[in-house]
Write a protein that binds this ligand. Structure first.
Ligand SMILES: [Zn+2]
Length: 123
């Protein structure tokens, strides 16, 4: 999960494709991943919870990103499956509070830097 986020940050889309579970990977193309990530700059990842039992795992996370000058959050509940010794992404349910963030100049920066927005990304 964290490694997939890191791969998005450095635009390593092949890794994203390769870490899809076998059952869904055939429906995923490198071009799709590239197109969906166009112009997106990821700023922070917050893993809300994660649990696993046997070969099934679930991760709830909030990933923050910028697109042009706006901030967004992707809040997702993701399912992972274990194949061999590795976890692979299967599906994700995007939560309703995902979307554009309204950021005040004096509020904490959504990149989770712990600085005020005006002293961080809002400069
Ligand atoms: Zn910031």
């Amino acid at each position: 999960m964290r490694s997939r986020y890191a791969a998005y940050c450095v635009l390593n889309f092949q890794y994203i494709v390769d870490t899809y579970a076998t059952s869904v990977r055939k429906e995923i193309t490198l071009q799709d991943i590239e197109a969906s990530a166009q112009g997106t700059r990821w700023t922070a990842l917050n893993v809300v919870s994660s649990e696993s039992s046997g070969t099934k795992g679930q991760v709830q996370f909030k990933a923050f990103y910028r697109l042009s000058s706006s901030f967004y959050v992707l809040h997702e509940l993701s399912d992972f499956v274990k194949e061999g010794n590795r976890w692979f992404y299967s599906t994700g349910i995007i939560q309703e509070d995902s979307g554009e963030l309204k950021v005040q100049r004096n509020s904490p920066c959504p990149c989770l830097s712990q600085l005020k927005y005006k002293r961080c990304c809002g400069k």
